[in-house]
Design a protein around this ligand. Structure first.
Ligand SMILES: Cc1cc2nc3c(=O)[nH]c(=O)nc-3n(C[C@H](O)[C@H](O)[C@H](O)COP(=O)(O)OP(=O)(O)OC[C@H]3O[C@@H](n4cnc5c(N)ncnc54)[C@H](O)[C@@H]3O)c2cc1C
Length: 413
């Protein structure tokens, strides 16, 4: 097996990986990006709807258009790209990274690695829905791939489980392709996605949204014939007597993404809520040569954020490879009231500035985010679908770094 030595190895060629590789190369690091697919872009390639890039490019682009812009930046940076290259193993000793490509097995010996492999969809089995296991049950990402990349309809009459942005966008896409979308079911008493998506994807097309509802059972032997929908109480328990059958040949599951960490979970500590690696303000994990960015750290709603974090991770990895990032004293960020996702997981005084991202568990109005009593920011409306972004400047970071722990909470102002 041939061995290659590089400064920075980026794994994953979605928005996070492309941004990381370009930033590392611009810093002068010899950088290689590995992508298992034949094209770069990751999930962007199958998102043909507009809504990408409003912050980064101040234009409303489709996913492939956004990916194209990033690809140009990557090409200009001088980073080397290997597509069709799947990382099989990361050996912490060295570190060394084993890769398979159509040309055979390769081994890389990088000084720093940026992990940017995105997230995977929560599968049907994880939901424990009783009933048969017929065909016609798809995750939203698979249905989107069939529809937008391969020109195939998953079915004719669909029910969608989950009203996050992906579920809402799929409801509109299916409707526009002539599929009868019977209903979108949401287990929570509020929609999971942005209000504009509820209006533009469901209300504008008369697609019913059933809040506090889930699927109690699937029916059909070979092909799905229908589902039983049921109302749930505040503890998400089905309410007996509220069952109703909805005829459908397709069930689309849009019930959450999980950061992809399978190859690094034995190497690096994970955050139990985000489910990705614990990172500091530079996107450095607790294993100093390993950086991480994008949806494999936590699931972000905007690609602009993912790209920005990718750049930060790539530039930091390049500095680490040059021996310019001495370790600092880690100060953990602790979730206080009303905080679910939280990035970073700790600060260590090594970043000149940083951004914090957090999610609330339910819609809230007139609240303030408090970061360790040092930074306080008012938020008129906080929704689980929208990550709240808090900039932390150098003064705030140096004050926070003196603490033993930093409690982050969202409270009525
Ligand atoms: C349906 C949908 C709609 C969205 N709509 C919007 C929107 O309107 N506006 C917006 O701003 N954002 C939107 N987003 C969010 C945004 O697109 C994503 O957050 C972002 O593109 C994720 O980028 P990523 O690089 O973290 O991951 P990904 O795009 O998933 O990229 C990860 C890459 O890693 C590769 N990889 C994985 N494992 C390996 C391995 N072992 N070896 C080599 N390569 C590997 C994968 O092939 C993939 O290309 C949407 C997302 C979805 C799914």
């Amino acid at each position: 097996m041939r061995t290659y030595t590089v400064d920075v190895l980026v794994v994953g060629g979605g928005a996070a990986g492309m941004a990381a590789a370009a930033a590392a190369a611009r810093e002068g690091a010899r950088t290689v990006l590995l992508e298992r697919g034949e094209r770069l872009g990751g999930v962007l390639e199958q998102c043909i709807h507009p809504g990408f890039g409003l912050h980064r490019y101040r234009e409303e682009l489709t996913g492939p258009e956004f990916a194209h812009r990033m690809r140009q930046e990557l090409d200009d940076s001088g980073a080397e790209v290997l597509t069709g290259a799947t990382v099989l193993e990361i050996l912490p000793d060295g570190p060394a990274v084993k890769v398979v490509s159509p040309k055979g097995l390769k081994k890389f010996r990088p000084r720093a690695v940026v992990w940017a492999v995105g997230a995977r969809e929560r599968p049907f089995g994880a939901l424990r829905i009783p009933g048969t296991r017929p065909s016609g049950v798809f995750t939203a990402g698979l249905a989107q791939r069939l529809l937008d990349l391969e020109g195939l309809l998953p079915g004719r009459r669909a029910v969608i489980l989950g009203s996050g942005d992906i579920g809402l966008i799929m409801a509109r896409r299916l409707h526009l392709e002539g599929v009868e979308v019977r209903a979108v079911l949401e287990i929570q008493p509020f929609p999971g996605g942005l209000t504009r998506n509820v209006v533009q994807c469901l209300r504008d097309f008369g697609i019913p949204l059933l809040l506090s509802h889930t699927v109690a059972e699937v029916h059909g032997r070979e092909r799905l014939e229908g589902i039983t929908a049921v109302r749930v109480d505040e503890h998400r328990h089905p309410i007996p007597g509220t069952e109703r059958r909805i005829e459908a040949d397709t069930l689309i599951l849009s019930v959450g993404l999980i950061p992809e960490v399978r190859l690094i979970e034995d190497t690096v500590p994970l955050d139990p809520v985000n489910r990705g690696p614990r990172v500091n303000g530079r996107l450095q994990t607790e294993v100093p040569w390993l950086f991480a960015a994008g949806n494999c750290v936590a699931v972000f709603d905007l690609v602009d954020t993912v790209a920005e974090l990718g750049e930060r991770a790539g530039a930091s990895a390049a500095r680490y490879a040059r021996g310019e990032l001495p370790p600092g004293k880690p100060v953990p960020l602790v979730r206080g009231e009303n905080v679910v996702s939280l990035v970073p997981s700790y600060l260590d005084g090594t970043a000149e500035s940083a951004r914090m991202y957090l999610r609330v568990p339910r819609p809230m109005e007139g609240v303030a985010v408090d970061v360790g009593g040092v930074v306080r920011r008012r938020v008129p409306v906080a929704r689980p679908a929208e990550m709240i972004e808090i900039p932390l400047d150098g003064d705030a970071l140096s004050e926070l770094s003196q603490k033993e722990r930093i409690v982050v909470e969202v409270k009525p102002k």
